[in-house]
Design a protein around this ligand. Structure first.
Ligand code: ADP
Ligand code: MG
Length: 237
């Protein structure tokens, strides 16, 4: 109990720190962008360089914004939103990181428009966490495969498959525990946050894995959690 309290205090501190740092980065960023724009207008012949600087600044800005989404306790706005669109934005955001690791993301979406009742920023955060983990465990040159399909009548199933190290059966049980990490620089918070968000959405996450072959994270969500008849089997996390 005491241990849990300590962990939750620590989580709060981490959250506040992260939000604070993200804010501190955002302000100078705005002024940098402004001055670069000014310079661009008054110096001839370097527009290509200015464009690169702007694009890179915008990239930093979007990373910082994502970070704010993660760390700030925020007002939660549920609405009907296209889950395929959320996934497309996530992939775009992670594209630079995947490119750097020479990892390709393949997609197979059953439909282009799949509205579900959700908080889009939170669902995006879940997709980011799972796909980032996939990128981090994979050797260069392999594939991540993402599928989105309808599950029965009232659910959507988003599956993220990697060709990484795989996870042993006993370790699968530890996924989602706060601070469980096998990485030197890991936080062990990504999956905990993801499980929590999906649970709040009335959904669940299932993991299938084979050592040496890879792992699939299945995220299952009700299309509209306001319909009360949705029931999962007892082993739901
Ligand atoms: P972190 O990434 O900071 O370690 P996470 O909560 O995101 O924290 O993940 C916890 C742990 O779960 C990871 O350290 C890793 O051991 C394991 N894990 C998560 N996703 C995968 C995956 N796709 N393949 C293998 N192991 C994974
Ligand atoms: Mg992670």
């Amino acid at each position: 109990m005491e241990d849990q309290l300590r962990k939750s205090d620590m989580l709060n501190v981490i959250g506040e720190l992260a939000a604070g740092i993200a804010h501190e980065i955002r302000n100078p960023m705005t002024s940098l962008k402004g001055f670069i724009q000014l310079l661009k207008g008054s110096v001839d012949g370097y527009s290509m360089y200015f464009n690169i600087i702007m694009a890179e600044l915008e990239r930093i800005e979007s990373i910082v914004n994502e970070f704010l989404v993660l760390s700030k306790p925020q007002v939660v706005h549920y609405k009907m939103f296209n889950v395929v669109q959320i996934m497309k934005e996530t992939i775009e955001l992670l594209h630079p990181q995947a490119m750097m690791e020479n990892i390709q993301i393949r997609t197979d979406f059953e439909v282009e428009n799949f509205p579900i009742y959700c908080e889009p920023n939170q669902i995006k955060q879940v997709f980011i966490n799972i796909i980032k983990n996939a990128i981090e465990v994979m050797p260069k040159g392999r594939f991540i495969t993402i599928t989105i399909s309808r599950l029965k009548k009232h659910f959507v199933k988003v599956s993220i498959q990697d060709e990484g190290s795989g996870i042993s059966k006993d370790k699968i049980k530890k996924l989602g525990q706060p601070f469980y990490t096998t990485k030197e620089r890991g936080t062990g918070l990504g999956l905990m946050i993801s499980y929590k968000i999906i649970k709040e959405h009335g959904g669940k996450i299932e993991v299938e894995s084979e050592l040496g072959k890879g792992t699939v994270f299945h995220v299952m969500l009700p299309i509209d959690k306001r319909r009360k008849k949705i029931q999962w089997s007892p082993q739901t996390k």
